[in-house]
Design a protein around this ligand. Structure first.
Ligand code: SAM
Length: 403
């Protein structure tokens, strides 16, 4: 199994996706302590290791890879003093072997393959030693979590590590135990959610997770969540506990929505824009953002009609009947607008609420009233950067007049 020679593209079946340079730099920028020795598990073409060598010149890096990478990449890594080791990280014997050869690591960086391997009692034991979700009976286990478990065994107690992981590995209700394990056994400190479009081919939502096992903060079962935009700027979302984060990311099931008197129960659907305002502006795409509320003379907005060609090209636009409210921003929360004609893309700071036609007038009258503005503000979370979650918006009770 080999990485293609000329392009950044590898073999998807074994999880070969090269990390974009800006993400590699972002990941390394979160590491605080200059390491003497570091490991990169699944080094591939070396994006993470090269960024680490740039951030901490003189660090000794051991890169482990099970498949052949282009010679040119290998030469570039060796010229930075990176030691390349051919080894299967999926083997249960990997971490004992590695520690015997190289000792324990100050830092571990990793973008593991987001794939599965056959279950085996030794793999089950490795995952369950950290209380990660590992069913003895299942046929397969997540390879990304196997990488994480091995990494933990290689790390000095004072060390730190940064991983790119798919959101599904830790924040769905079925993977909640993994999140708890990451907090209590790995010292999870930061989650930086990456733009959805990052690994388009893989169609997964990903995040950088930073672990500092010895940190005092994990005694509080709290970690900080950031959102990164495609320029690498971070927006601090707030501090979360495991439970609060699981609620924020986990899919909303029908039975949960069926709470009386909520937008969900009235048949409402909520979506946010996929792209940041900065990314849309950069591409010259006109869009509705939090700053747009003041730009229209009243709350009933007529957008230009989008050409059929552009419709749905980069996202689902807001269209006639949709109610728009801000998702973040202390100064703009509480505002609302309704689209009366045309369509327009929205930024990822805007929620688009679609409700059945029969209920629309009453819901709009409430959301655009002073009481509706206070209702929105009552849903806001976060200390400095206030934000509303999609789940809170769907579940919150509406006054009986709306029904
Ligand atoms: C998502 S890619 C990341 C590559 C590189 N570290 C980067 O960030 O650009 C995952 C890497 O893990 C390697 N890999 C997959 N299975 C492996 C295994 N069992 N042992 C070691 N490496 C493996 C793949 O070949 C690939 O290079």
């Amino acid at each position: 199994m080999q990485w293609s020679i000329d392009s950044g593209r590898g073999n998807r079946a074994v999880g070969q996706f090269a990390t974009p340079d800006w993400v590699a730099q972002l990941l390394c920028s979160r590491l605080r302590t200059p390491p003497t020795i570091a490991a990169d598990l699944g080094i591939g073409k070396g994006a993470l290791s090269l960024a680490l060598a740039e951030r901490f010149p003189g660090v000794r890096i051991v890169g482990v890879e099970n498949y052949s990478t282009p010679r040119r990449s290998q030469a570039a890594m060796r010229s930075e003093g990176i030691t390349l080791v051919r080894r299967d990280v999926a083997a249960a014997s990997f971490s004992p072997w590695f520690t015997k050869m190289y000792g324990k690591m100050d830092t571990i960086i990793c973008n593991p393959p987001f794939t599965y391997i056959d279950n085996h009692p030794s793999i089950h034991q490795l995952l369950s030693s950290y209380r990660m979700r590992a069913n003895r009976e299942t046929k397969y286990q997540r390879l990304d979590l196997v990488f994480l478990a091995h990494a933990m065994k290689l790390l000095k107690s004072s060390g730190e590590m940064a991983f790119i992981l798919p959101i599904s590995a830790f924040s769905m209700s079925r993977s909640f135990t993994n999140l708890q394990a990451m907090v209590s056994h790995f010292g999870l400190q930061e989650i930086i959610s990456l733009p959805r479009t990052l690994y388009q081919d893989a169609e997964v939502e990903t995040a950088v997770l930073v672990f500092r096992p010895k940190s005092n903060a994990n005694a509080l079962d709290r970690f900080t969540v950031y959102a990164a935009d495609s320029q690498g700027s971070l927006d601090k979302i707030g501090q979360f506990s495991c439970r609060a984060l699981a609620q924020e990311f986990s899919p909303i099931t029908h039975s949960e929505v069926a709470r009386p008197n909520s937008l969900g129960e009235l048949g409402g659907a909520i979506a946010r824009g996929r792209h940041s305002s900065r990314a849309l502006s950069h591409q010259g795409v006109s869009h509705f953002h939090t700053t747009s509320f003041q730009q229209y003379p009243n709350a009933e907005i007529s957008f230009d009609r989008m050409s059929e060609r552009n419709d749905h090209k980069i996202d689902a636009p807001a269209r006639e009947g949709d109610i728009l409210i801000p998702r973040v921003g202390t100064r703009c929360l509480g505002r609302a607008a309704i689209v009366v004609s045309g369509s327009q893309y929205i930024s990822d700071c805007i929620f688009r609420i679609s409700v059945p036609v029969a209920k629309r007038r009453k819901i709009w009258e409430f959301i655009s009233s002073e009481a509706g503005s206070a209702w929105q503000l009552s849903l806001a979370r976060g200390a400095c950067a206030k934000f509303i979650t999609q789940r809170d918006l769907l579940f919150a009770s509406l006054p009986s007049t709306v029904r």
